[in-house]
Design a binder for this molecule. Structure first.
Ligand code: NDP
Length: 454
């Protein structure tokens, strides 16, 4: 498998792909190794993960360079991900014991009732490339702490990062067969899902998630899917539209719009619309595009070449239906996967741009008459990952956000993930939860104990 640099199309490295035989062998070794790992005291497993955290800190700059080389993420943003990673891991280090402690729910003279948390066993972790340290560690860290063995399949375009994660976990003390990295494309992922694993934890698109769900259904395997979104924000007329525009431009364009919770649709009250659009366009024009290895770069290339045609298609469809193209709108003629930061106004829900996930540096801004229209449009989607509202009025924000069908809601912020809060989606955004205590317990099976003393 060829690992290409999306900034210029050059070959970085070639890797051997796992095939049916090696996937089955890694599964068998994980199955054999898992019971002993589950017997390791939690305190020792916590120490191993603490050591892994320290290794990521010590290798931060080198890991950031690798991530940038294979995904095109600007180097400052790769370093941001690695800088925030220890905090993410600390949440699990500090909260796993409490989340997994046995619970006594009844204790009277004759009867005691208890709940214990058993590891699932061997779990498959199929991950995305856009934030491989975050979306990966949200799964493999709590999975390993809970006593599971993990078969980790990084995205094809974050394979070098996936291999580095494996190296560091093994160096920290996770036994070789308790965490295995599987290298390959979607077909390797499909081979992994065919193994008799006890849990499948997938991060990626709705289309692939639906295929994986269908493959897992007859086996009754525990399934979690963290999928895409078409994340909306509503800017009220009483908001400081300049601050809102700067914040939302970053929410839409950071990592070239390739975040699961990137802002993908903006609705603005008609009384602030013109000012908001002008400030948004000015902010986007100020972003520096260029070499992702340059510290000053904010906008790099897209990670995947096929996404360029998706974006071109959305622009053409929107313009044909009456949208106004304010900035950008086309691919950039140079080698690598480059697309201009693109802003369209006069958009509506007949346009693909406002319905289908874009996953790129492109945004539609729509004018609305009032809160009721904004809520109706925000909810007019098959997705439901995050949604936000900008207004100084908390009561108004809460009233609006309470009506929105979405896993996470934001007031005066966007594109934000917290390890303390559950991360989940509604509808095509997925099933299951990562992060928070729910996202630790997700890697266990609750066992019910009915204990009668005689
Ligand atoms: P894909 O769905 O294309 O791929 C995700 C992973 O699944 C990759 O490892 C891929 O391998 C693998 N895969 C592909 N086909 C199969 C198959 N048939 N069986 C098993 N595995 C398979 O998504 P992207 O990589 O393009 O990631 C972007 C998507 O992820 C966006 O929709 C984004 O919103 C979503 N996402 C959601 C997050 C959330 O928290 N909700 C977080 C991050 C991203 P390969 O890459 O090698 O083909």
């Amino acid at each position: 498998m060829k690992i290409l640099n999306p900034a210029d199309g050059s070959l970085i490295r070639e890797l051997a792909e796992d095939d049916a035989q090696t996937v089955a062998a890694k599964y068998a070794r994980a199955r054999a190794a898992q019971p002993a790992w589950a017997e390791v005291p939690l305190g020792d497993r916590l120490r191993v993960i603490e050591k892994f955290k320290k290794l990521t800190e010590a290798r931060k700059n080198e890991l950031a360079r690798t991530l940038t080389s294979e995904t095109g993420k600007p180097i400052a943003q790769s370093r941001n991900e690695l800088t925030a990673l220890p905090g993410r891991i600390d949440f699990f280090l500090q909260n796993t014991k409490r989340a997994l402690d046995p619970e006594t729910v009844l204790a009277d003279a004759q009867m005691r009732e208890q709940i214990t948390r058993e590891p699932l066993g061997v779990v498959a972790n199929i991950s995305a490339w856009n934030y491989p340290y975050f979306v990966g560690s949200n799964v493999f860290v709590p999975a390993l702490l809970a006593g599971n063995a993990v078969l980790y399949k990084p995205s094809e375009i974050a394979s070098l990062t996936g291999l580095a994660i494996g190296e560091m976990l093994h160096a920290a003390g996770v036994p070789q067969d308790v965490f295995s990295v599987l290298i390959g494309s979607g077909s390797t992922g499909a081979l992994l899902v065919e193994q008799p694993v006890d849990g499948v934890f997938f991060t990626g698109s709705y289309a692939t998630g639906a295929r994986i769900a269908a493959a897992c259904a007859p086996r009754m395997v525990k399934l979690q899917l963290e999928l895409g979104g078409k994340d909306p924000t509503y800017v009220c007329e009483d908001a400081d539209v300049i601050t809102a525009a700067e914040s939302l431009a970053d929410g839409a364009m950071y990592n070239a719009g390739q975040s699961c919770c990137s802002v993908e649709r903006i609705y603005v009250h008609e009384r602030g619309y013109e000012r908001f659009v002008a400030a948004f366009v000015a902010t986007v024009r100020g972003y520096k595009r260029g070499d992702p290895t340059d510290d000053a770069t904010y906008l790099g290339p897209l990670a995947r070449a096929p996404q360029l045609s998706v974006l071109e298609g959305q622009v053409a469809d929107a313009v044909a239906k009456g949208a106004k193209l304010l900035v950008g709108g086309k691919r950039i003629a140079r080698s690598g996967n480059w697309f201009e930061a693109t802003v369209l106004s006069n958009v509506d829900h007949r346009m693909e741009l406002m319905r289908e996930e874009s996953f790129g540096p492109i945004i539609g801004i729509q004018k609305v008459a009032d809160d009721a229209e904004a809520v109706r449009l925000v909810n007019d989607t098959e997705y439901g990952l995050t949604a936000g509202v900008y207004t100084p009025d908390e009561a108004r924000a809460r009233r609006i956000l309470a009506q929105i069908r979405s896993g996470s809601v934001y007031w005066n912020c966007c594109d934000r993930v917290s390890p303390r809060l559950p991360w989940s989606g509604v509808g095509h955004s997925g099933v299951g939860v990562t992060l928070s205590s729910y996202g630790i317990q997700a890697f266990t099976r609750p066992k019910a104990w009915h204990l009668k003393a005689v």
